[in-house]
Structure formats: C-alpha cells, structure tokens
Write a protein that binds this ligand. Structure first.
Ligand code: 8OZ
Length: 357
C-alpha cells in the first residue's frame, strides 16, 4: 500500500515524500523579483517532497496582480537562482508555476497600458489587486489566431528561463480562470477559429503549450495544474466539464508528463461545488496524479493509501506550518493561518511561522 510519507519518482525527479507545497500567491515580489525573504520562505519549506512556487508570470502581458514575480528576464532568473539554491541546499526540490493571467489583469500591468489578452473580448466580472487596492479587471482583447504562437513561445521561453534558474521542474498554470482556462471553457471562449468551438479546439492551446514545453525542457520536468469545476475568477461552468477535461487528460497522456495536478472543487472553497468524476479524468492520463483542495492529514493518507492520488498538495497549511511534513508525520497540531498577512507585507506571516521545537 502506498504511503504519503514514502518517496516517489515524478518524471525525472526523485521526491522524498508525496507531500507537495501548492502554489501560493504572496504578492511580496517588489520589482517582480523574489527577494531575500522569499529565499528564506522557500528554504524553510524545503522538506516538502516538492515545492511548487507561487504563480510566476511568463511575460509582461501575463501579469495580473501587484508584486507577483516573473521568470522571463535575466534579472528574474538570477533572483530565482538564489531561491532554488537555498531549497537544494536543504535537500528539497522546487518547480516554478508558469502563469499567464489572460483577462484577469488590469491595464496598469500591461505593456503600454494596453488591454489584457484573452480568448475573448468579454470582460470578466472580477477584481484584481493593484497599487490602488482591489479594482475591477480591465476589458480584454481577444488574441488573433496569428498571435497565439507567440503565447506558446512565451511559455517555452519561461520554461527555459526556469531551467536556467535551477528549478527542478515547471508547472503550467492551466487552472482558476486564467488564460488557458479562458480558452478551455465554453463559458468564456467565444472564438470561431481553430481555438474555439469544439472541445478539441478549446483544448488546443493547452495541449500545444505542454507539447512545446515538453520538447524544450523534457516531459519529465513538465506538469500542469487544472481545475475542472472551480468558479473562481468568473470561470463559469463549462457545458460539459467532464468531457472537456477527460479530453485534455487524454491529449496530455502521450506526452509522458511528470504530473497532472488537479484542484478538486472550488479553489480554496467547498470541494463539492459541482459533480465531477476525477478518477474518470485520471483514467485518461495514467501518469502521476496530484490532488489538492482542503485535504486534511486523514484525507491525504487515505487518498494515497487507496490509490486515488499519487501526491497531495497542501496550500494554506504550508504557509502557517513551514515544517508541515514533520507535523503530519507526528500528527502534531497545525498552526492556523493569519489571513491578514497572506498577501503583501513583510516577514510577518511569511517567514516568522515557527517550526516545532
Ligand atoms: C490568490 C490571489 C491571487 C492569485 C490562483 C494565482 O488562484 C492565483 C491567485 C490566488 O491560482
């Protein structure tokens, strides 16, 4: 029987255990660079089998929130290298989450103050965080068919930058109503070209991105995060989410990716927001399967023991418990999250959560 605390081979990566630190936006990257506090924050959490970094934009256009880091310039590569070196010095493994927000952005973040890019011209009913606080997102502009290869190239460029920065792997952010989700769901995508209409067409960009990245850096270092039914960021339910995500999983299967990471239910919310058969989706992929969303110790132990998942990603518990793996092993109490210090700010609520004595 598989055990949450046992090592696992994940593509090219040998992990010490099956407990993953989920990607967590912290909005503390001034100048779009992870700073010395980020080095300490990730170092403290290196006992995770795998750390997945906070969402990290692949290009200027990919940014949607204040003070989120990038991974597309030499300066950003150098800053992240300090993080990956620190995690490796502790014996840990770290992937970067490659993020393009699409229409969940504001013109203040866009080059020349332009419109954010999406699958559609329709504005999201959502908010983002800028230097002015929470504000409605800006109206997007639908990418032309001719512009789509540039988006794929931005993902590939960022994946190459990630390898230069010393990351062990990349996770493409295909979840939570951001760019790739804006293409996949028919509640958002209203295109009439090869990237809209049928499930095959709506999945095309996601599959092209993963194929191109796998070719560039190797499939065994490439994973993706998906969230079939989450409603966050004005991501309306797809008319047939099961068929859509079964198809996406089947298209990804031949690539031999390191993992698929699935958010079950409403991101950071109820797990039963809409019916969805995750095991049916998984049957189409067959490779390493990572699950997330509100898992307790008991649920995680059971999911791995029963073979419903190979790895379990913990998000907010990893913010407030840098030694989460040890606490889970000992069944020690977990420290609660201070929500007031979750986004932005300084060391408070970031690097000052104590480990067990
Ligand atoms: C919280 C705040 C801002 C961004 C996601 C990257 O939901 C995020 C995010 C979460 O995937």
């Amino acid at each position: 029987m598989a055990n949450l605390f046992d090592p696992i081979q994940l593509g090219d990566l040998s992990l010490a255990n099956r407990i993953v630190m989920a990607p967590l936006t912290r909005s503390r990257s001034q100048g779009l660079l992870p700073g010395p506090l980020a080095v300490e924050y990730y170092r403290q959490r290196a006992s995770a089998g795998l750390i997945i970094s906070e969402g990290t934009q692949i290009s200027a256009e990919g940014q949607g929130y204040l003070d989120t880091p990038g991974i597309h310039t030499p300066e950003q590569i150098a800053a992240w290298k300090k993080v990956t070196d620190a995690v490796h010095a502790e014996g840990g493994k770290i992937a970067v989450q490659l993020w393009h927000v699409g229409r969940i952005s504001h013109q203040v973040f866009q080059p020349d103050g332009g419109a954010p890019l999406s699958s559609t011209d329709r504005i999201a009913n959502g908010r983002t965080f800028t230097s002015e606080g929470f504000v409605p997102v800006s109206a997007p502009r639908a990418l032309s068919s001719a512009e789509i290869p540039q988006v794929v190239q931005q993902f590939v460029h960022a994946a190459r930058c990630a390898m230069e920065a010393g990351f062990d792997a990349i996770e493409v952010h295909g979840a939570n109503g951001y760019l790739l989700d804006q293409f996949m769901r028919d509640s958002i995508n209203d295109r009439r070209d090869d990237y809209g209409g049928s499930i095959e067409n709506r999945a095309r960009l996601t599959v092209e991105v993963m194929s191109a990245i796998a070719r560039a850096i190797g499939p065994g270092r490439s994973g993706i995060r998906l969230s079939p039914v989450t409603p966050v960021n004005d991501a309306g339910q797809d008319s047939d989410a099961q068929a859509l995500f079964n198809h996406v999983a089947a298209q990804l299967a031949p690539l031999q990716l390191a993992f698929v990471h699935v958010i079950e239910g409403h991101t950071m919310g109820p797990r039963d927001v809409a019916p969805f058969d995750y095991q049916a989706m998984r049957a189409n992929f067959q490779g390493p399967w990572m699950v997330n969303n509100g898992y307790t110790r008991e649920m995680a132990l059971q999911a791995v023991a029963e073979g419903r998942a190979d790895l379990v990603a913990f998000g907010r518990d990893f913010i407030s418990n840098p030694d989460l793996v040890r606490r889970l092993r000992l069944n020690a109490p977990l420290q609660p999250l201070d929500k007031a210090t979750q986004y932005g700010g300084d060391a408070r609520g970031y690097t000052d959560y104590p480990a067990l004595a």
